[in-house]
Design a protein around this ligand. Structure first.
Ligand SMILES: C[S@@+](CC[C@H](N)C(=O)[O-])C[C@H]1O[C@@H](n2cnc3c(N)ncnc32)[C@H](O)[C@@H]1O
Length: 231
């Protein structure tokens, strides 16, 4: 999933070979590293120091020129520094349409002229119309970083149509048998509302893709990418 997305970004954004890219909410650097191996100059920001530490160690080990900073997307203070900004699986999906503009305004200022923003958020799919909350369940078995044992991740997602939100209960059963649980909440915005908002923030939408970059969004896709430009 990540490798083809990075290939698409590298080949289709029309970036110069040494373009500066800002990866907002970079996490452990899965996208940043792959973009850096394609010679882009990547700055990754996140507020989770363990992720940043992991990303930096891995960048050093691979000899990649990535810069990682502990910085919240609410505190962006770059000015015309980046040819592209990525927001991939980052925190914007927990913001309301009223909260997003101030973040987008800071991103707009971070970008150089004629540059690209790639936003990946959960969106409201066309079949999101049930009057009552609906529930989906999933079960994943995850390898640990060392591959020795596995984690079991059970997720129960509850959709609340009235407030356009998905709330997921995650239950993690780790090798020591101790269950851990947490909750996540996603705001599901309709795509036209997001593209209107981007336009009001000075960003023109070029394409809306589904989860696969380069393939146009189907109405029932919940995860999508918006490819937008500062004209
Ligand atoms: C689901 S992870 C995505 C990581 C990475 N973009 C990827 O797709 O592999 C979301 C990331 O957003 C980060 N994050 C949460 N709040 C943030 C904030 N206010 N500013 C910057 N990053 C934030 C989290 O720490 C986490 O690493």
């Amino acid at each position: 999933m990540i490798e083809p997305r990075v290939d698409w970004l590298a080949e289709n954004l029309g970036l110069p070979s040494d373009a500066a890219i800002l990866d907002i909410g970079c996490g452990p650097g899965l996208y940043s590293h792959r973009l850096a191996t394609r010679r882009f100059r990547v700055t990754g920001i996140d507020i989770a120091q363990p992720f940043l530490d992991y990303a930096q160690v891995e960048a050093d080990r691979q000899g990649l020129a990535c810069v990682y900073r502990n910085l919240s997307l609410f505190d962006l203070a770059f000015e015309a520094e980046f040819e592209a900004v990525l927001l991939i699986n980052a925190v914007t999906d927990r913001l309301s349409l009223a909260e997003l503009p101030s973040v987008l305004a800071k991103i707009w200022v971070s970008l150089k002229l004629a540059v690209t923003l790639s936003v990946n958020l959960p969106f409201k799919p066309a079949n999101f119309s049930a009057a009552e909350p609906t529930v989906t369940e999933s079960l994943h078995f995850l390898a640990t970083p060392h591959g020795a044992t596995s984690l079991t991740l059970a997720g129960t997602g509850t959709y609340f149509p009235a407030i356009s939100e998905r709330v997921t209960h995650h239950l993690i059963l780790s090798a020591d048998g101790q269950p851990r649980e947490y909750w996540s909440r996603f705001a599901l915005h309709p795509v036209p509302e997001l593209t209107d908002l981007l336009a009001r923030c000075g960003l023109q939408t070029l394409q809306v893709f589904g989860p696969t970059l380069g393939q146009l969004r189907r109405p029932t896709d919940e995860t999508c990418f918006i490819w937008a430009q500062r004209p």
